[in-house]
Design a protein around this ligand. Structure first.
Ligand code: BDR
Ligand code: CA
Length: 320
């Protein structure tokens, strides 16, 4: 079986952790490395959470590289109400004690090297603010030709945002970086709230996972915290699978329907900073002012197939 070389850049919060566990549990994925960025929690917490989650998955051989501790232009606003103050809903003590640290190679340099070493094969998945990837591509434009695909969890295209009327957390946390990454001109798939909010895990799913071994039980606890965090918004115990869906789409694009459209990121608007702006005008009208290159935008998802895939992978995890 040919495995897909994968890199994940994340701000390990709860759903990032679940996305990492999905990647490590999927035989057709070869997770080459993970880079961390501040977002849901501080860079230190995101890095510690990542190391702990990889230890849980018995994946201590996967290098972890710490990256940006702040967005490019504005101070960071963490998300403790959704992910807890440690980013993992207080669950870090359930993870194995850390036996290693992040490597001394920076996230930006590590991403750059991985793209070159696996030229035209590497799939880069971003599940946090895009600071690291922006710095990487700004320092080495050749990356645009080097990656097989960049898959970004972020944006709200035809649905409301989650941190502003149209703004989603990952993009709005560092809009300047998001603009660089989303308009760099590399083959990019956007996995926005439009599809991630449709793939949800409920109480039955947590109950099933709890019976499937220690790593699956950790997934169940993480999901339970996430379900509570989303209860006020959704009115029920259901956790949307933002970051796991991005990894699932990177591994199996057939899970989603897509549209290829030009887009950019608003960096100035008083009410719209951090929003993704999609240009749906007919091509003839776009020609005068093209706002960005074509991006593959996920517009619909086979939620049942996606849920089955996630549950199967987490259920099969063997703990370290
Ligand atoms: C995104 O924001 C973060 O809180 C989640 O980890 C996910 O990456 C959803 O908007
Ligand atoms: Ca995330």
């Amino acid at each position: 079986m040919e495995r897909i070389p994968l890199w994940i850049d994340c701000d390990t919060g709860i759903d990032d952790a679940l996305a990492l566990l999905l990647a490590t549990a999927t035989p057709e994925a070869q997770l080459l490395g993970v880079s961390t960025v501040a977002g849901n929690c501080s860079l230190e917490d995101a890095t510690a959470n990542t190391l702990g989650v990889l230890a849980l998955a018995d994946a201590n051989d996967i290098p972890v590289h710490a990256g940006a501790s702040q967005p490019l232009a504005e101070p960071l606003h963490l998300a403790p109400s959704i992910h807890g103050t440690d980013g993992l809903g207080g669950l870090r003590p359930m993870l194995p004690a850390l036996r290693r640290r992040a490597t001394s190679l920076s996230a930006v340099e590590a991403v750059r090297r991985a793209c070159h070493e696996h030229a035209r094969h590497l799939v880069l998945v971003a599940t946090g603010p895009l600071t690291n990837l922006a710095l990487a591509v700004a320092s080495d434009r050749a990356l645009v030709e080097m990656v097989s695909r960049v898959v970004v969890m972020g944006g709200a295209v035809r649905v409301p945002g989650n941190v502003g009327p149209n703004a989603e957390f990952n993009i709005a946390t560092d809009p300047e970086a998001a603009r660089i990454v989303l308009t760099a001109g590399w083959p990019l798939t956007l996995v926005p709230l439009d599809v991630t909010m449709r793939v949800r895990m409920g109480a039955k799913d947590t109950a099933t996972l709890r019976k499937q071994g220690p790593a699956a039980a950790f997934c169940a606890d993480a999901l339970a915290f996430y379900q509570e965090a989303y209860r006020p918004e959704l009115g029920m115990r259901a956790a949307p699978m933002h970051d796991p869906l991005a990894v699932a789409v990177a591994l199996d694009p057939r899970l989603v329907a897509t549209e290829d459209l030009p887009l950019s990121v608003e960096t100035r608007g008083e009410f719209t900073r951090g929003s993704v702006v999609v240009d749906r005008r007919p091509r003839t009208r776009q020609e005068s002012v093209a706002i960005g290159p074509l991006t593959r935008i996920c517009v619909a998802v086979d939620a049942h197939a996606a849920r089955q895939r996630l549950l199967r992978s987490w259920g099969g995890l063997s703990a370290g």
